[in-house]
Design a protein around this ligand. Structure first.
Ligand code: ATP
Ligand code: MG
Length: 595
């Protein structure tokens, strides 16, 4: 199409591709069609012989193609069929007959563009004037891409396939649709990539539908307060930083501080609790993900898990969409009224993938070379976690995003962003980790802003003032570091604090049940375990649990069933603990003498 200024009239240059030359009447009809379509009198139509166009013709005018070949009409019919099959839910025949009766092929204009440059998972495209942000484009060989950048005369598009098959000058088609993720119950127990294709070498997954990978977060009316606990099974977290269903709790810490371990233990603790767990691995080593999947399998956790994986070797666009795709899958379950736990491991790598992508799209860098919209990148993702109202089915999606810090610096750009988006953070510290305090939760810097609402009454009663006691201990520890002669009260306080810290240590893959945590907390916070030597505290607490289970089984089942801790039950636990400690110390003394 040319715009000739002199005549102020658009000139349409069109080409007609067909195997045989059309007659004059046909030619005239097509010219009329073009004149009317483009509101101009100046139409230059040229015939080009093309044996590949069977049973019809192809009319190309500027960026528009009108395809009237037999092949194209068949495709239209097929698309119509698919639409019917999708919505009819088994009752295909009558609907199909209805539609076939009315169906006539249409000469639909298809907008096409040309690839200008391609490289690093990004293609720039000329043409496609009407493409929208986030729309999926189809390249040669069926490779898909997503529009990410709209400029005056070109489009930036991220690619989801192998860019080596795309040439400069090759054509690109619009689809008019945004990216979707296949969803369905069949995903449970599977390992998939960011596009929903299986990676575990098993049979293909039959999806029940598609969900847009980007969708708006539930509004205020659609939500209800977070009020049910999502137990991690880790004493250090459940007692002090309780997480609720629908909450977003950040796990933050340096590399190798046990971030993934906390997420993994939380997944293992959901066994039998009717929670679907989705683990999204972003930019990690494939071997780590394989190991994690194996661990899940070994603990029979794959029955309620989906692992979505965009490893470090995947392209930046795939790493970029992975958390959104995982979230779309989570929303599918949440909208069905189920409880979902989703883990994004980790969002710092996600931000880095997005930074790479933005710089390649020539967006201007800002702080730490991240583009200006990096906050929105994570806020729109995490805001989709919710506890839906009863009207919407009452489902929930709890998010545990993970962020890696450099040398404990929580004031870097991405950590501060995500801290401000989430409802709290669990801060892990290298020093604690290397000192053997695992999980290495820093009690002072961690917080859960949903707080006690997400705790059962039993936990709330049992945990009481543990945070305060630990804060006191930490302060006293600093003060007394250099003094040698301490009074007895201070010494006792220090020993008590040390004991509490020891109690919070927990092995990997051993999540504690609610009643087990309650027993430990009741005994410890009432100073019953005070006199047990620090090194024996872990073993002692394990024995105490077994003892209480044996002597007062009904109390354990009651706590587990009702989530309440009556005064009577508390006293029972306390008395049993005192008895146990007496016999424990006696045993200790006799075995000490024997030695
Ligand atoms: P990365 O930065 O590499 O992702 P990470 O912070 O996710 O590391 P993990 O991989 O979870 O850390 O843990 C690091 C190591 O510490 C692992 O070998 C893990 O087995 C060990 N570990 C984590 N938590 C515990 C624990 N509670 N008890 C004993 N070992 C633990
Ligand atoms: Mg990790």
């Amino acid at each position: 199409m040319k715009n000739k200024n002199k005549e102020e009239q658009t000139v349409i240059e069109a080409f007609l591709y067909s195997p045989e030359e059309p007659d004059a009447e046909r030619f005239r009809q097509l010219c009329e069609f073009l004149k009317e379509k483009y509101k101009t009198e100046n139409v230059e139509l040229e015939w080009v012989e093309d044996q590949k166009v069977k049973g019809g013709f192809r009319l190309v005018a500027g960026n528009d193609i009108y395809d009237w070949s037999a092949q194209r009409r068949l495709k239209q019919l097929q698309a119509e069929w698919m639409k019917i099959a999708k919505y009819s839910e088994g009752n295909v025949i009558p609907l199909l007959q209805e539609n076939i009766k009315d169906w006539t092929p249409k000469a639909l204009a298809e907008e096409i563009g040309t690839v200008l440059t391609v490289g690093d998972g990004i293609a720039t495209i000329g043409g496609l004037k009407h493409a929208a942000y986030g729309e999926i484009l189809i390249f040669s060989h069926g490779i898909r891409g997503m529009v990410q950048d709209l400029k005056r005369d070109q489009i930036g598009c991220v690619l989801f396939g192998d860019e080596q098959d795309i040439m400069q000058g090759s054509t690109v088609k619009r689809t008019g649709r945004t990216a979707g993720m296949p969803v369905g119950d069949a995903f449970i127990g599977r390992v998939v990539d960011a596009l929903g294709d299986p990676l575990d070498g098993k049979e293909p997954i039959t999806a029940e539908g598609y969900r847009a990978i980007e969708s708006p977060a539930p509004g205020i009316i659609d939500r209800q307060p977070v009020n049910a606990p999502m137990e991690t099974g880790l004493l250090a977290i459940d007692s002090m930083f309780p997480i609720g269903r629908g909450q977003r709790e950040l796990i933050i810490g340096d590399r190798q501080t046990g971030k993934t371990a906390i997420a993994l233990d939380t997944i293992l603790n959901q066994k039998g609790k009717n929670v679907i767990c989705i683990y999204v691995a972003i930019g990690q080593k494939a071997s780590s993900v394989a190991q994690l999947t194996e661990t899940l399998r070994k603990h029979d956790a794959m029955d309620y898990c989906v692992v979505m994986c965009a490893t470090a070797s995947d392209t930046a666009p795939l790493q970029y969409i992975a958390p959104y795709a995982g979230c779309a899958l989570g929303e599918y379950f949440m909208n069905k009224g189920q409880d979902v736990l989703i883990i994004y491991d980790d969002l710092s790598k996600h931000a880095i993938a997005y930074r790479a992508l933005s710089l390649l799209l020539e967006r201007s860098p800002g702080r730490e070379a991240y583009p200006g919209d990096v906050f929105y990148l994570h806020s729109r993702l995490l805001e989709r976690s919710a506890h839906l109202s009863e009207d919407r089915g009452g489902g929930s999606m709890t998010a545990l995003p993970i962020v890696e810090t450099q040398a404990g610096d929580v004031s870097a750009y991405i950590p501060t962003n995500i801290i401000s988006i989430t409802d709290g953070q669990i801060f892990l510290e290298s020093d604690l980790f290397f000192a053997g305090q695992r999980p290495a939760v820093n009690v002072g810097l961690s917080v859960s802003r949903v707080g006690g609402d997400a705790q059962t009454k039993a936990m709330k009663t049992a945990a009481g003032a543990i945070r305060l006691d630990l804060a006191q201990y930490r302060e006293m520890e600093v003060f007394t570091q250099f003094s040698s002669d301490l009074d007895d009260a201070t010494k006792r306080q220090l020993v008590y604090g040390q004991g509490l810290m020891r109690l919070l240590r927990q092995e990997q893959y051993h999540p504690l049940k609610q009643y087990e945590q309650v027993i430990i907390l009741v005994a410890a916070l009432n100073h019953v375990i005070q006199d047990v030597p620090v090194d024996e505290i872990s073993a002692c607490s394990r024995e105490l649990i077994a003892w209480t289970e044996q002597k007062a089984h009904h109390v354990c089942t009651e706590i587990e069933r009702t989530g309440q801790l009556s005064e009577e039950a508390k006293q029972t636990i306390l008395h049993l603990a005192q008895d146990f400690i007496k016999s424990y110390s006696l045993e200790e003394r006799t075995s000490g003498q024997e030695r």
